[in-house]
Design a protein around this ligand. Structure first.
Ligand SMILES: Nc1nc2c(c(=O)[nH]1)N(C=O)[C@@H](CNc1ccc(C(=O)N[C@@H](CCC(=O)O)C(=O)O)cc1)CN2
Ligand SMILES: Nc1nc2c(ncn2[C@@H]2O[C@H](COP(=O)(O)OP(=O)(O)OP(=O)(O)O)[C@@H](O)[C@H]2O)c(=O)[nH]1
Ligand SMILES: [Mg+2]
Length: 446
């Protein structure tokens, strides 16, 4: 299905509390759809609403009982967030008041908005493409300024424009390659004359660059998972506490203290790093500890980085060697602990209680995690990376075929698939199912 406004008949008028639950200075009930203006008039008791103007009013319920003093704003479509008539009722930010105002809007003809429905309407009414709609959610979810900036770049349309540009270049290439298929008997090698090869490499390079910017954006919002693993008593929980700056995990001199996974978030260069303390790795008959070890091994598989802690007083044992061997090779870093007690060599050494502190661990984090590139990151989601990877695979296949003087048909097919996949990012090509999955993750009122 192709996303255009005709597909969307805005019959229903929707309403929801747009501000977060809880209490705040001000709270907003937002209404969108054909009845918005009438609802604004009814709830505010006013005779008229000047477009895009803040009116002071007393909001009343359907029996005429006063609910709140507030401000009402009317945005006639299409110059509104959703592209439809929108009314905002700004009241005091408490649950009783806002639920009362929302109920008054329902009584005047509105229906409850679904999660993300305002933004979904903005998309369906061509106010924004899908990457922008998703950036709205990224922006709201951002809890670092770097993450918010990346989301804003995408909200302003930067991601969508980059994708569209790639799509146009692919469209040109397709036209050329498909055109050449109509002259199979010509002597001239059409694919060679049009520099299809060169143009394709240029597109692939831009795609790689875009993938990097989007992947940094995903990282900014999702952060990194760093697992502290090691044999019992290595000092994992002490390290977690020290990095978190609070006594999060129980620390004792007994081996096998930790069983559950404990998580603490820290910030590093604008990125979130989630540190996970785990049960000491060993074979044991204790069923509780065994479950802890199982969970630790599971988590290691999902980690971006695993620190394997080794007690420098104990030295590197055969058990350490065995556990180290089970860790993912490309994501493991050995770390001597308790360096205040014993000088260790070979791997970076840290101490939670004395010299050299935990600086060497931070150095390793900076060395091993891709923390750079935040400056031009684009707010994006895992879904976008998957699409870009699919596009890259198709284009790699096209390039391979070209290099081997393979059939133009195959090249055309790969280009078509790549081109179509790109459309899933901006929503040029979308299904109701895709929209359903995307907007279900939004909050009500967004
Ligand atoms: N009170 C309030 N604050 C808000 C929002 C809102 O809906 N209400 N937003 C909701 O997310 C964000 C702002 N986004 C908005 C985007 C477009 C339009 C809008 O009316 N656009 C018209 C007019 C543009 C103009 O005058 O330049 C348009 O695009 O035609 C409004 C809000 C953040 N702050
Ligand atoms: N001197 C010194 N002692 C430490 C340091 N880190 C941990 N310890 C001690 O080592 C012992 C074990 O520390 P934990 O942090 O509980 O070790 P763990 O790896 O979490 O152990 P399990 O949960 O049993 O797997 C405790 O007595 C800590 O006080 C350190 O940097 N210096
Ligand atoms: Mg522990």
């Amino acid at each position: 299905m192709v996303g255009d406004a005709e597909n969307h008949v805005a019959g229903r008028t929707i309403a929801a509390i747009a501000s977060p639950p809880g209490r705040g200075g001000v709270g907003v009930v937002r209404v969108s759809g054909p009845l918005a203006q009438a609802i604004g008039l009814t709830v505010s008791g006013r005779g008229d609403l000047q477009p895009r103007y803040c009116h002071f009013a007393t909001f009343r319920d359907s029996r005429g009982e006063p609910l709140d003093q507030g401000l009402v704003v009317f945005f006639p479509g299409p110059r509104s967030f959703t592209g439809e008539d929108v009314v905002e009722l700004h009241g005091h930010g408490g649950p009783a008041v806002l639920n009362g105002i929302l109920q008054a809007a329902f009584d005047a003809g509105a229906e409850a908005a679904e999660a993300g429905e305002f933004t979904r309407r903005a998309f369906l009414n061509d106010r924004m493409d899908l990457s922008q709609a998703e950036a709205v959610a990224e922006l709201i979810e951002a809890d670092s300024l770097a993450g918010a900036r990346a989301a804003l770049r995408s909200l302003e349309g930067e991601f969508g424009r980059q994708v569209e540009q790639l799509a146009e270049e692919l469209a040109d290439l397709r036209v050329f390659v498909e055109g050449s298929l109509d002259f199979p008997d010509e002597d001239v090698d059409f694919l060679a004359t049009g520099d299809v090869d060169g143009r394709l490499s240029a597109v692939r390079e831009r795609l790689t660059r875009l993938r990097e910017r989007a992947s940094t954006g995903v990282r900014l919002s999702e952060g990194f998972l760093v697992v502290l693993a090691g044999r019992p008593n290595a000092g994992k929980s002490s390290l977690l506490n020290c990095l978190a700056g609070r006594e999060s995990a129980i620390v004792t001199e007994r081996a096998g203290t930790t069983r559950d996974i404990l998580r603490e978030k820290v910030a590093l260069d604008g990125f979130h790093v989630e540190l996970a303390d785990t049960a000491g790795l060993r074979e044991t008959d204790d069923p509780v500890e065994r479950e802890g070890v199982r969970r630790a091994r599971d988590l290691v598989e999902r980690a971006d980085l695993v620190f394997f802690l080794v007690d420098s007083q104990q030295g590197w044992t055969s058990e350490d060697a065995r556990e180290w061997g089970r860790l993912p090779e490309d994501r493991r870093v050995a770390l001597w602990t308790k360096a205040d007690l014993d000088a260790a060599e070979g791997a970076p050494a840290i101490s939670c209680t004395g010299e050299p502190g935990v600086g060497p661990l931070e150095e390793e984090l900076r060395r091993r995690l891709p923390l750079q590139g935040g400056g031009d990151a684009l707010g994006a989601r895992q879904r976008h990376l998957e699409v870009l990877d699919r596009v890259a695979t198709e284009l790699a296949s096209a390039a391979g075929t070209l290099q081997n003087y393979g059939s133009g048909d195959l090249v055309a097919q790969d280009l078509r698939r790549a081109h179509e996949a790109l459309g899933e990012i901006t929503g040029r090509v979308h299904s109701d199912d895709l929209l359903g999955r995307i907007f279900a993750t939004f909050c009500i009122g967004k």
